[in-house]
Each structure stands twice: as C-alpha cells, then as structure tokens.
Design a binder for this molecule. Structure first.
Ligand code: ZN
Length: 256
C-alpha cells in the first residue's frame, strides 16, 4: 500500500455496513478516487464534521493495488463551506456539479484544473447564491472545455464556413451550423450571436470574472437550453440533481 496526501472535496458517500462510508472524492493530485472511511458513521467518531458533502479537506489515503477502493485515514477540514447549506439552490447546484464531475472523470485521472474549477464554483455558490444559473452555465462550459468536449463555435460543422448570418447550435453534433447546412442536417436550434459570444467568453475568462457577466433574459435562456441539450446527449439519463433544481425553479423562479 502506498500513502497519498492531497487536497480533496467530498463528492458522494454511500453507507458501508453500520459504521462506515464509501466516499467518492475529487482530489487535486490524483483525480477522482473512492475510499472507505472506517467508523465514520459511529457516534463520537473522530470524523465528525469532516464527512459532510462538499467539504474541502486535506486527505490522506492508502492506495491498494488489487482494488480501486482505497483506505482513507485522514480528512482534516480546511473549509466546511457551511454557508452553502443556508441556500437550497446552492446545495442543489453543488450536487449537480458533483454529479457532472463524477460522470465525466475516470478514477485516478489527475485533473488539477477541474479540481480548481470545482473549488471556484463551490466558492461562488457560497458567495453569490442568487447567481446560480450563471455559475452553473460557467461551470458546465469550463468543465467541457477542460475535458476537450467544448463545442466548436468558430466554424460551421458542415461547410467549415466562419461567417454566419444566423447560427444553429447542435448539442448532438457538438457545434454550430450555418443556415444552409442546418437545412440539410436538421440538427439543432437557432441561437443568437450574443449567446455564441457568451459561451466563448465563459469558456476563456477567469471563473471569478466570468460569473459577473450580465446576460439578458433571452441569451440566458438560450444558453441554458444549449448546454442542457449538449449535456443530455452525453448522459444515459438526466443527473438526479436536475430534477431537484427544476422543482426549486418552480417554487423560486427568480433565484434559480
Ligand atoms: Zn455551413
């Protein structure tokens, strides 16, 4: 067994027997890992407070060679992100980000950029709970960009033309079509030039600055639809947290 130390976010946990958790962590140095936290569900456990979802910690674990289930021996809290828990919409979006990362990252594949993105996004949800929509679109776009899945928004997928009178975005094809190529492919829906520009801005701009972007309602809606369509095509079924977010939208339409 080899010992590893790294910064970590707790993405997911499931019970193991009566006393323990199997935790999925996003680590800065080793990517996504799964490990057993023995005794963490017992009363008066030393793990109290450090096993909450989305807590930021220093993690120590022993890796095992014959299994991908490691042994977590220490989680020392750096930031519990307690303010996140004051807002349902922030918690719902943090769950959504965790599901996206869990879905797209292979275990043991280091991605410090994605760790830093998750860290920035959780901080933004805590500081700007009323901006969940923009934070979520920024997170989705930057995650896809980091993974190399970001759609090509500079040229038509059909004719490779770079000048557009109107733009059609296709989540399924992963890019944009000009008017005549759209008529042939019949894939996608029309988006404004402003929406395409906003997507590129969010992909390339520092996270803290990106989430200050002011978007009109139309572009904001187009952006939401485009990203949903793009991501839905890359999931077998919708992330569970989206169901919760859509329920919140119906209850608090101004905030989510
Ligand atoms: Zn074309």
């Amino acid at each position: 067994m080899a010992i590893h130390k790294t910064k970590s976010y707790l993405l997911r946990k499931i019970p193991l027997r009566e006393t323990s958790w199997i935790a999925t962590c996003l680590t800065r140095s080793y990517g996504k890992i799964k490990g057993v936290i023995k005794g963490a569900r017992q009363e008066k456990s030393k793990w109290f407070g450090s096993c909450e979802l989305f807590t930021y910690s220093n993690l120590i674990y022993f890796s095992k060679t014959r299994t991908n289930l490691h042994l977590i021996t220490e989680l020392s809290l750096i930031n519990s992100h307690s303010r996140l828990r004051n807002y349902l919409e922030s918690i719902a979006h943090a769950s959504y980000f965790a599901e996206l990362v869990d879905h797209f990252l292979e275990e043991g594949e280091a991605h410090a950029d994605i760790f830093d993105l998750f860290h920035a996004a959780i901080g933004a949800l805590e500081d700007q709970p009323m901006s969940c929509h923009l934070i979520a679109r920024t997170f989705e776009i930057k995650l896809l960009y980091a993974l190399g899945f970001f759609p090509n928004l500079t040229e038509c997928l059909g004719c490779r033309g770079k000048v557009f009178k109107v733009i059609y975005f296709s989540g399924r094809q992963g890019g944009i079509f000009c008017e005549s190529c759209y008529e042939q492919s019949q894939s996608g829906f029309r988006i404004s030039h402003g929406c395409a520009q906003a997507m590129q801005f969010l992909a390339r701009t520092d996270f803290q600055r990106a989430v200050t972007l002011k978007l009109g309602q139309q572009i904001s809606q187009e952006l939401g639809t485009a990203m949903r369509q793009f991501l839905d095509d890359r999931f077998d079924k919708q992330p569970k947290s989206l169901h919760f977010i859509s329920q919140l939208k119906q209850t608090y339409p101004a905030y989510v």
